[in-house]
Design a protein around this ligand. Structure first.
Ligand code: GLN
Length: 484
C-alpha cells in the first residue's frame, strides 16, 4: 500500500477498501525498515501521525470535508515550521527549536486532512545541493546508497522515492526541489514566486525562496499544488490572484505547444548521456505534437555568479537573527553578551553557512555594495529579460534539470565551486521568479535523470499539462529503486 500514489490511495480510502490508520501503519512499517539506510528524516512523528490518521478516518467515515489528501501520509521539509514539533533546518543552532505555530503550507496540508509522518533532512538552512551540508547527518540516494540524493530538499526527495512518505514538501531557492527530484527519480515543482505562501518557511534568500511539491507522479503534484497555492495575508510577497484547479490541467494533449530547447544547456558542462536523453525527450515531445525550436539565452552564463552574490547577501541578513537570544541554541558560559553572540554563531553554524554569511556580508559592505550586490541585481534583470524574449516565441522551455545523474557521497563536498555549478540549469529560473518542473526522463547506469520544463509566470497549468502528457506517454516514472 505504501508504494501507491496519493490519487490511487484516495480511491482506496474513498471506497473504504482501506483506512488511513492502516495506510499510515503500513508506511511506518516500511519506513522503519528502510530509514536506517536512507536517513531521510530528522524527526519522525509516529504518535501524532496515528492520531491524525484516526481523525482522517472519522472525516472519511462521515464524508465530512474530504479532500484528495485526507488520510494521506506526507513529509515536511525541516525548514517549515511545525507547531510543537522540532524544526531544525538541519542546523545545530536550531537543534532544540520547537515553533509555536505552523507554517501556512503545513496548516493548509493539515486542514486538507494530510497525515504528517515527519520532518525531512536538508542541507543546513537549505544551502547546498547534496544534503551533505546538513549539520545533523547525511541522507542517501534510494537508487544507490553510495550516491547523494541531491539537495537541499534531499530528505524529502529520498523519502518519496523510497516510499517513506507518499509526497513531501520542498523549498527551492536555486534548484532545491528540482535537482533532488531529478537525482531521486521523482517529480518536483517550483511554483512561480508569489504563488505559495512562505509564512513559516525559515528564510534563506527571500527574493528567491519558494515552496513546492515533491511527488511520485505529475497528478500528485497537481493535487498537492491545489492545496499549497493561494494568497496569504501573512506573506506580503504572496500574490492575490484566483487559483485554478490544477487537476484540470492534467490533459494528455500538447498539440501545437511551442517548446524552446535552451541551447546553452545542451553544450559544455553537460554529460553526453544527459544530452542524449534530452534529445530523445525532444523527439518524444515532437511525436506528441509539440513544435520544437532552439532558443538561446546568452546571459545564462552569468546566472550562477549572480546567484552567489544575491543569495548569500540575503542569507547574511536573514541569518542575523540567530544570536542565542531569540531562537534555538545558546552557547553556555560566555563572560559577556558579545562573546555569547560570537560563541553561539561559531558553534551553531556549519562551514557552508559561515561561508555564505561571509560572502554576503562582504558583498553588502560599504564600498563593495555597488560593485557586487548592485551589479548582481542588474544582471538579474538582464537574465529575466532574456527569458521574456524567449517566451515571445514559445510557451515552454526545456532543458536537463542537472548536468549529470546523482554524484557520489563525498565527490564534491570539498569543492564548493563544483557543487555550485551543479545548479546551472535551475538557478536562472529562480532569478527570474518563474515556475519549473522536473520529471524523470531517463537513466544513466540505473540512476535517474530529470527533464526540466520552465513556464511563464503563473503558467503552472501549461507546465502540468506538458509534464502529464510526457509522463502518460513514457515509462520512466514506473521504474523504481530496488530498496522499496
Ligand atoms: N544549491 C543551491 C544553493 O546551495 C540552491 C539551494 C536551494 O535551492 N535552497 O544555494
Amino acid at each position: 500500500m505504501h508504494k501507491k500514489t496519493a490519487h490511487e490511495l484516495n480511491k482506496l480510502l474513498a471506497k473504504k477498501e482501506s483506512s488511513s490508520q492502516e495506510l499510515t501503519t503500513a508506511v511506518f512499517a516500511h519506513l522503519e525498515k528502510v530509514e536506517p539506510k536512507i536517513q531521510a528524516f530528522v524527526t519522525v512523528t509516529k504518535e501524532e501521525a496515528l492520531k491524525q490518521a484516526k481523525a482522517a478516518d472519522e472525516r472519511l467515515k462521515n464524508n465530512d470535508n474530504v479532500t484528495p489528501l485526507t488520510g494521506i501520509p506526507i513529509a515536511i521539509k525541516d525548514n517549515m515550521c511545525t507547531k510543537g514539533i522540532l524544526t531544525t533546518c538541519s542546523s545545530k543552532i536550531l537543534s532544540n527549536y520547537k515553533p509555536p505555530y505552523d507554517a501556512t503550507v503545513v496548516e493548509k496540508l493539515k486542514a486538507a486532512g494530510a497525515v504528517v509522518v515527519g520532518k525531512t533532512n536538508l542541507d543546513e538552512f537549505a544551502m547546498g545541493s547534496s544534503t551533505e551540508n546538513s549539520g545533523l547527518h547525511k541522507t542517501y540516494n534510494p537508487w544507490d546508497l553510495n550516491c547523494v540524493p541531491g539537495g537541499s530538499s534531499g530528505g524529502s526527495a529520498a523519502a518519496v522515492a523510497a516510499n517513506e512518505a507518499v509526497m513531501a514538501t520542498g523549498s527551492d531557492t536555486g534548484g532545491s526541489i528540482r535537482q533532488p527530484a531529478a537525482f531521486c527519480g521523482v517529480v518536483g515543482l517550483k511554483p512561480t514566486y508569489g504563488l505559495v505562501s512562505r509564512y513559516g518557511l525559515v528564510a534563506f534568500a527571500s527574493s528567491l525562496d519558494q515552496i513546492g511539491p515533491l511527488t511520485k507522479d505529475v497528478t500528485d503534484t497537481a493535487i498537492m499544488l491545489n492545496v499549497l497555492a493561494g494568497h496569504d495575508k501573512k506573506d506580503s510577497t504572496s500574490v492575490d490572484r484566483p487559483v485554478p484547479d490544477y487537476q484540470k490541467s492534467l490533459v494528455n494533449d500538447i498539440k501545437n505547444l511551442r517548446i524552446g530547447i535552451i541551447k546553452e544547456l545542451l553544450g559544455e558542462g553537460i554529460e553526453p548521456k544527459v544530452k542524449e536523453s534530452i534529445q530523445q525527450t525532444m523527439k518524444k515531445f515532437e511525436e506528441l505534437g509539440a513544435k520544437i525550436m532552439e532558443v538561446s539565452l546568452p546571459t545564462f552564463a552569468y546566472a550562477v555568479a549572480t546567484y552567489y552574490l544575491i543569495a548569500p547577501a540575503e542569507a547574511s541578513s536573514n541569518l542575523g537573527r540567530y544570536d542565542g537570544v531569540k531562537y534555538g541554541q545558546r552557547s553556555p558560559n560566555s563572560p559577556d553578551l558579545l562573546t555569547m553572540y560570537n560563541n553561539t554563531r561559531a558553534e551553531g553554524f556549519g562551514p557552508e553557512v559561515k561561508r555564505r554569511i561571509l560572502i554576503g556580508t562582504y558583498a553588502l559592505s560599504a564600498g563593495y555594495y555597488d560593485a557586487f550586490y548592485l551589479k548582481a541585481l542588474k544582471v538579474r534583470t538582464v537574465i529575466k529579460n532574456d527569458f521574456e524574449r524567449a517566451f515571445q516565441n514559445c510557451d515552454l522551455l526545456l532543458s536537463p534539470t542537472t548536468t549529470s545523474a546523482a554524484f557520489k557521497v563525498g565527490e564534491k563536498s570539498n569543492d564548493p565551486l563544483a557543487m555550485y555549478l551543479s545548479d546551472i540549469a535551475t538557478i536562472p529560473v529562480n532569478l527570474a521568479g518563474l515556475p519549473a518542473i522536473s520529471l524523470p526522463c531517463g537513466f544513466i547506469d540505473n540512476l535517474p535523470i530529470g527533464l526540466q520544463l520552465i513556464g511563464k509566470a503563473f503558467a503552472e497549468e501549461t507546465l502540468l499539462r506538458a509534464a502529464f502528457t510526457y509522463e502518460q506517454n513514457t515509462d520512466w516514472h514506473k521504474r523504481k529503486p530496488s530498496i522499496i
